[in-house]
Design a protein around this ligand. Structure first.
Ligand SMILES: Cc1cc2nc3c(=O)[nH]c(=O)nc-3n(C[C@H](O)[C@H](O)[C@H](O)COP(=O)(O)OP(=O)(O)OC[C@H]3O[C@@H](n4cnc5c(N)ncnc54)[C@H](O)[C@@H]3O)c2cc1C
Length: 578
């Protein structure tokens, strides 16, 4: 892997951090009145020692965390990941053994004080906004996709922090913050993957009020814990009748010491990420929150964060693929010149360059949408306000709805395009790309799962279509957002043409009477939205930088918009005919 600081040496990320992200808006929402710093000066609570006092300190804190992580993963960890992946996992007597180098890599991140970033400061975490968290996942996954998901699992405490009882939070979250516990999310079963509302693992309550779970979960990442660190397995199980659907599902905290790991999968990629079959047999579980809210509320909330973190994982892997392809193409000579000067190769590299920038724009806008509603609603909740009153807040309603659209769209778009980037990166390596001599082979295998787990692309489309179509009604929230963002800049004629085409595509979809045909063209509608949205973000972002960066970004959005025009013209036809 290319060895450099994955944060400070990445031009796109630097422009995003220094000029594009609206930190004032974000810090205002996340840090509130800088309550953590105020509490520290009052009580001297040690966990809050790093809490920022103002915007400048907040930015310095976020930046230095990203810079240290970029240095660590880019310079110390990236050189060992190939060897780590080749060694892989071993499964003996129900126990998973990790390569020593991986345990060391995670320990280095813990020792650097960079974990866990999703947990609040008062409970011992770094307390970073979602926008900084996704950049962290992006940096780690550029070094190694498996490491990215391990660190993601060590950040899973957020769900317990949000929905667990006070005792549960006190008992488990600080242990996770100290790196004494890992997290796992157990939803999938052998017969129910996408079809989560029908899962059958059963939870039964005893006379004394305790719960016991029985069933089998498949494909559970880190169900086994990590090295000597056990996991808390956040498990979806049925408390209602077998046919009670989504409303009969509840959420439980289960200790990995209490389940049997019957096997781990032998996978095409992510060789250091344990994918476990987990057997529950009268296994004790602690109910999280209320019965019946397991899927409809808690898993959905957890999945939105997890989906964005998989999008960030794919983002980092795509960046790695692009960097490897760029390097190889600048060294490999054919026909008397390096192949990056051959138009067909340059075309692939230019595609990667603009897509990486467009994908990251989508990722950061999706995390912005979460940051703009989540923290305010958490503050109101802690202040004692009821959920139904919180929902009346206009800002919260707007950004929560937008986040419900942007999250599945971002997950689908980034993971699909990351696969295409890895495919082209391997192509640029020619025959060498098909050997294990170059890192691109590992990258190609690792990225393949990203558009499958945390909900396949098809399921992201199912999750997004309703919001996209309803949001584009004459008073819809999505239309309002697009038109407001577009009015802040002077948008190009090409973008305006694409926006008009997208509206026609939505109308075509709405006019289809045949529901099964309509379902089959949902992809074209969501794809069209993704391209119009990302095109707009790319134009907006070009406006936020100066000089050479603006010219480069302008050339990128012009090319992106032309490609969008071709895709949307085809989608216009495809959605019209039955
Ligand atoms: C490496 C790895 C790690 C994983 N980690 C976890 C984990 O930690 N926790 C966990 O709970 N799960 C985990 N999973 C499971 C993963 O989330 C599922 O594999 C995924 O959701 C798809 O389910 P499935 O494999 O059963 O496919 P299916 O649901 O059987 O889908 C097969 C195909 O049918 C399509 N399809 C199905 N239903 C629809 C529909 N309604 N509309 C359109 N298309 C549809 C799908 O898109 C797909 O193309 C992991 C899987 C892997 C491989």
């Amino acid at each position: 892997m290319i060895s450099e600081n994955y944060f400070s040496d990445n031009q796109d990320l630097q422009e995003q951090f220094n000029s594009i992200i609206d930190w004032k808006e974000l810090v205002n929402n996340f840090e509130g009145d800088f309550d953590d710093a105020k509490e520290y000066s009052k009580s001297g609570m040690e966990e809050l020692a790093m809490a920022p006092n103002n915007l400048e300190e907040a930015l310095e804190f976020y930046k230095s965390s990203l810079d240290s992580l970029g240095e660590l993963v880019g310079k110390e960890i990236s050189p060992i990941v190939k060897e780590m992946d080749e060694e892989g996992l071993k499964f003996k007597n129900g126990k998973v053994e990790f390569p020593k180098s991986m345990i060391t890599a995670v320990q280095k991140i813990i020792d650097a004080g960079l974990l866990p970033y999703s947990i609040g400061r008062r409970l011992g975490g770094l307390g970073l906004p979602g926008t900084v968290q996704v950049i962290m996942s992006d940096l780690i996954s550029r070094a190694d996709g498996a490491l990215g998901i391990t660190i993601g699992c060590m950040n899973l405490a957020e769900t317990v922090e949000r929905y667990g009882s006070e005792e549960m939070v006190k008992e488990y979250v600080p242990k996770m913050a100290r790196g004494e516990l890992c997290g796992a999310m157990a939803l999938t079963e052998p017969n129910y993957g996408s079809d989560l509302p029908n899962i059958q693992t059963k939870a039964v309550q005893s006379q004394d009020g305790t719960w016991k779970l029985t069933g089998t979960k498949r494909f559970i990442t880190h169900g086994c814990g990590f090295g000597d660190i056990p996991s808390i397995i956040l498990t979806l199980a049925r408390t209602g009748s077998p046919t009670s659907g989504a409303k009969g599902l509840s959420f439980f905290l289960v200790k990995s010491e209490d389940v049997e790991i019957s096997s781990i999968e032998k996978k095409m990629g992510l060789h250091c990420s344990p994918t476990c079959e987990v057997v529950y047999e009268n296994t004790p579980g602690i109910l999280i929150g209320k019965q019946g809210y397991g899927l409809v509320k808690y898993s959905m909330a957890m999945m939105n964060t997890a989906r964005l973190s998989i999008a960030a994982q794919a983002m980092g892997i795509a960046q790695a693929a692009f960097e490897e392809a760029k390097k190889y193409a600048s060294e490999r000579e054919q026909f008397g010149k390096t192949i990056n000067h051959i138009p067909a190769v340059k075309r692939m590299l230019d595609f990667m360059d603009r897509e990486v920038s467009g994908m990251r724009s989508a990722l950061l806008e999706a995390s912005r949408s979460i940051d703009l509603y989540h923290w305010k609603s958490e503050r109101l909740k802690h202040g004692g306000m009821e959920d139904r009153d919180i929902r009346k807040d206009e800002q919260i309603r707007k950004w929560e709805k937008l986040a419900g659209i942007f999250t599945p769209v971002t997950k689908y778009y980034i993971t699909e395009v990351a696969n295409k980037i890895a495919y082209d990166a391997l192509q640029i390596h020619g025959g060498s790309g098909y050997t294990e001599d170059y890192d691109v082979a590992k990258i190609y295998k690792d990225v393949r799962i990203t558009n499958i787990y945390e909900g396949t692309t098809q399921l992201q489309v199912v999750g997004a279509i309703g919001g996209v179509v309803a949001g584009m009604s004459s008073t819809g929230i999505l239309r309002g957002y697009i038109e407001e963002e577009a009015s802040k800049i002077s948008v190009s004629g090409e973008w305006s043409k694409n926006y008009k085409l997208f509206q026609e595509i939505v109308e075509n979809y709405q006019n289809q009477k045949d529901t099964s045909f309509r379902d089959s063209i949902a992809f074209e509608v969501v794809e069209s939205f993704a391209r119009v949205w990302i095109g707009l973000l790319m134009e907006r972002n070009a406006n936020r930088v100066q000089g050479e960066a603006r010219e480069r970004r302008k050339a990128q959005f012009v090319a992106y918009n032309y490609e969008t025009l071709a895709i949307l013209s085809a989608n216009q036809v495809k959605t019209k005919v039955a």
